[in-house]
Design a protein around this ligand. Structure first.
Ligand code: HEM
Length: 172
């Protein structure tokens, strides 16, 4: 019951967060269409409210409920690692798109069409990748990625030449 409740909150918060991030470039694009000072201030206020009061809390609730779900569902599986890599990209997009708001509403602020299309496409691709991973839960054998570099004890071997002189100093 707890897991079902957490998952409901998780997916609801994600729908607002990911959906909002996909829509934000379209809102930024309106900046170039607004001529009247009054409308510019209204668009600025609405964009800030959308980002600060809706998107960011939704992101926190999505990540918080997701973290609780890890323990409620014991989700200690490899596909989840891949999911969190893409969630990291979504968080990066959230931060970078927030910085845009600081500059966009200055005198010469402008949001070109190519950027609107590119950011919308990248955000949609990242959110879709996450949903594909969590719904397919692919069998990933981490040993497939275990190259010689990641072999147990390899790090010690690599650092030995660096630390050996120091160790000899301490323990002649
Ligand atoms: C740090 C952020 C996140 C954490 C810790 C997290 C964690 C989790 C966990 C533990 C589950 C349960 C998995 C299972 O069924 O065993 C889950 C389910 C799910 N998550 Fe996340 N998640 C995060 C972010 C996201 C994001 C950004 C999305 C989508 C854009 C997402 C989409 C989903 C979906 C659709 C499910 C339901 C999967 C199912 O029931 O089969 N999650 N999440």
């Amino acid at each position: 019951m707890l897991a079902a409740g957490l998952k409901f909150i998780h997916i609801a918060a994600i729908a607002i967060w990911a959906g909002g991030l996909i829509c934000l470039p379209f809102i930024y694009r309106q900046r170039s269409e607004v001529g009247v000072e009054h409308d510019l201030h209204r668009l600025h206020a609405m964009t800030r409210f959308f980002y600060i009061a809706i998107l960011s809390p939704a992101a926190f609730i999505a990540i918080g409920s997701g973290t609780a779900l890890i323990f409620a569902q014991q989700t200690f599986v490899s596909w989840f690692t891949l999911k969190l890599v893409f969630v990291g990209f979504l968080v990066l997009i959230h931060l970078l798109t927030g910085i845009v708001i600081l500059k966009l509403f200055e005198e010469a602020g402008h949001y070109p069409t190519w950027r609107y299309v590119m950011v919308t496409a990248i955000t949609t691709a990242v959110a879709t990748a996450i949903i594909l991973i969590v719904s397919s839960k692919p069998e990933i054998d981490m040993r497939d990625f275990q190259t010689e570099f990641f072999a147990p004890g390899r790090l010690g071997e690599m650092l030995e030449p660096v630390f050996a002189p120091l160790i000899r100093l301490v323990r002649p």
